[in-house]
Design a protein around this ligand. Structure first.
Ligand code: NAP
Length: 305
């Protein structure tokens, strides 16, 4: 099969190459999926799991990409709950070969059915941003209707989903980002926008929940904006500062079939918009994943036409 592989951590996305690889085998409780569309998070080439297995052994050449939408073509021994021919989407294991390939072997529990009226490109854009936003807001942030949310990077993949889900849950959302993204963020449902390069972040006053996708100084300053009993949720590592009278939580997204179902249902009925900036083929994926200009929205690789 055709696949993108990486072998050199220092080279980053520039080190991606399109090669022929053996088709993976479905292990116990796995399914084999013919990938139709794949999502890639640019930072994944900095994650240790891209380069080593769970015992710390080199696992290169590794296939990146952890989001997929496709069709089940085989079941591993003992696999239940999914059938051959079924449309699925989901989040692939960080430590296994990923989805920038024609086939992926993946545990069935990491997948959910993809309804027939949601196309593969949309399906592949949802797992990481959808699950991360859902878990950060509702599990870790325990968001309630009427609370206020500061959604950093609200024009980005995760931030735009945070903004939409929080708004739907009855929160007052203040989105942040670069000045050029103001209208995009308001269109995703934020009531206010903070241009992090030109406005004063502290002018937003106190909020119940900060969803931090940026970290560094922005994360530190955000900790001081949390109201008593509020939460700073970070997806970019442990926070350097904690709220004086609230919680700080950092987490890595986990797969969850019920949550994937909730997310895709919202796409079907128009409560949640995808945030796709560029769609490319597998043959053109290396160039698409090494853009020379800023792209708004997520890049999706369409593996099959
Ligand atoms: N822990 C987890 O489970 C988890 C899950 C998903 C993602 N992540 C991490 O979360 C981060 C965001 O992911 P994503 O996929 O949402 O990325 P993304 O689509 O690039 O979104 C990030 C947004 O924030 C903006 N931004 C970044 N730094 C900024 C700054 N200093 N000032 C103003 N705007 C800024 C970006 O603008 P520009 O494009 O102009 O920079 C972009 O609009 C990444 O580091 C990713 O690795 C973690």
């Amino acid at each position: 099969m055709k696949a993108i592989v990486v072998t050199d951590q220092a080279a980053g996305t520039a080190g991606m190459t399109l090669v022929e690889r053996p088709e993976p085998q479905a292990a116990i409780n796995d399914v084999l999926v013919q990938v139709h569309a794949s999502g890639f998070v640019p930072t994944e080439l900095t994650w240790p799991s891209t380069w080593t297995d769970r015992l710390g052994r080199d696992r290169t050449p590794s296939i990146p990409g952890h989001e997929l939408a496709g069709v089940v073509t085989a079941l591993g021994y003992g696999t239940t709950g999914l059938s051959v021919g079924q449309r699925v989407f989901g989040l692939a294991d960080w430590y296994r070969d990923g989805t920038l390939a024609e086939y992926v072997a993946i545990e069935a529990r990491n997948l959910a059915p993809l309804p027939g009226d949601v196309d593969f490109t949309a399906g592949a854009s949802l797992p990481i941003s959808g699950l991360t936003a859902w878990q950060g807001l509702f599990q870790h942030g325990r968001l309630q209707a009427g609370q206020s949310v500061l959604a950093h990077g609200a024009a980005g993949a995760v931030g735009s989903t945070v903004t939409q889900l929080a708004r739907e849950a009855g929160a007052y959302v203040i989105g942040t980002g670069r000045g050029a993204d103001r209208q995009t963020v308001l269109d995703f449902g934020a009531k206010e926008f903070v241009d992090l390069e030109n406005d004063v972040l502290e002018d937003v006053g106190r909020v119940d929940l900060v969803f931090d996708v940026i970290g560094g100084d922005i994360g530190k300053r955000s900790a001081r904006l949390i109201r008593t009993g509020g939460t700073l949720v970070s997806i970019v590592g442990p926070t350097e500062a904690r709220p004086a009278a609230g919680l700080a939580v950092d987490f890595v997204v986990e797969s969850d079939r019920a949550q994937l179902n909730e997310i895709v249902q919202r796409v079907r009925d128009g409560r949640l918009r995808t945030n796709i900036g560029n769609v490319s083929t597998l043959d053109d994926a290396v160039a698409a994943l090494n853009p020379t200009a800023r792209i708004k929205g997520k890049t999706i690789i369409r593996i099959r036409p």
